[in-house]
Design a binder for this molecule. Sequence first.
Ligand SMILES: [Fe+2]
Ligand SMILES: [Fe+2]
Length: 181
Amino acid sequence: MTKNKNKEFDSLISDIINNEHFLETKRDLHHGTSKYEHSLRVAKLSYKLAKIFKADIKDTTRAGLLHDFFLGTRKEKPENSYLRHPVTAMNNAIKYFDVNETQAEAIKTHMFHQVLLKKIFPFINRKEKVSVKEFKPKSKEGWIICASDLLVSIIECERFQFSYVANVMFLLIINVIMFKN
Ligand SMILES: [Fe+2]
Ligand SMILES: [Fe+2]
């Protein structure tokens, strides 16, 4: 990123990355890195994509940073589970930051690719129940967070995973269909 873009990006997230509660995400391991680092990568990519796709830069960047704002691992508590943690992250984001509706929805729907995967293959995470309607991104910002998280996760995962590549392709196709006009 250029110096000016860096400045803009930093100004959008400075209150969050210096917040004592958010700093606790540095302790949590996520995709082989810290949740803090993962969230920062998603925020950076979301910021860049927001510029390309003319989405709201502030909403996209902040939602990208807060999308995994839950403490502890996904296995520790039911509310941190694979498909429920977006709701926990959204509630934490609302509790500690000035989060608007677009940001809250984008955080809540960032695992939509996995929700769809579960509908196709119900044996995945059998105990979890999720609704496609509830967890489908409602805005361009939401789709960007969803795609950014998936792309960053692929890069972070140590081993090449076919399911992730299939997910990305699927998501891109949906994006093209949704925004072709
Ligand atoms: Fe997540
Ligand atoms: Fe994530």
